[in-house]
Design a protein around this ligand. Sequence first.
Ligand SMILES: C[S@@+](CC[C@H](N)C(=O)[O-])C[C@H]1O[C@@H](n2cnc3c(N)ncnc32)[C@H](O)[C@@H]1O
Length: 195
Amino acid sequence: MIDLVVCLLLLLGISACVAEVYFVVAYTHSDFGEYPPFFPSFGRMKKVCLSEARKILAESKKVLKIIDLGCGSGSLIIPLAKEFPQHEFYGYDWDVVPFSIASFRARRIKNVQLFCTDYTKIKYDNADVILIFGGKKLFANWGDKLVNGLKDGAIVISEAFAIPQLVPEQEIDTPSYGMPLKVYTYRINKKRLAK
Ligand SMILES: C[S@@+](CC[C@H](N)C(=O)[O-])C[C@H]1O[C@@H](n2cnc3c(N)ncnc32)[C@H](O)[C@@H]1O
């Protein structure tokens, strides 16, 4: 009995060490907080992101391209792709741990493609809907490039962080676990951007 308890404690200790090493590596990889590190979308914020995306996907008669920038373990892209097999879903994440989880979850879903790469280096000018969980520093440094790379009429659903280069269509309060979080939705209007 004591042997079993010791083994369990040892296993717990090893798991905690592995998790700690992973978080340190992920934080370093995120340029010390400039890029959002991995944690799954959560709470009311996740629910609202899903429901906002569902509204757009359900209404459209044409095939839409949905790009999840920082798809993590797939908490948004996987349920949406399952629900809307008529649309095309693309997920990008540079962290191999959540990417592998998402890839495993997506293995039998035909309308999802996932890529383990830096999403600031890709093109998304054909995206109809963008999902993103960014960050203040990220949007300050890369927001212009993100916005200019999108096509007219594209919709952006941003979890937790506003994109300062754009005027939101909606700013939805989504308090989650005591945190005053929000979801922002944007529609790209090239004429307004040009002014
Ligand atoms: C807060 S998490 C989003 C989680 C996702 N919505 C989910 O539910 O699993 C942000 C994700 O963005 C990824 N990420 C941050 N910067 C990135 C970049 N430049 N290129 C690719 N992925 C990035 C992180 O690895 C992390 O998994």
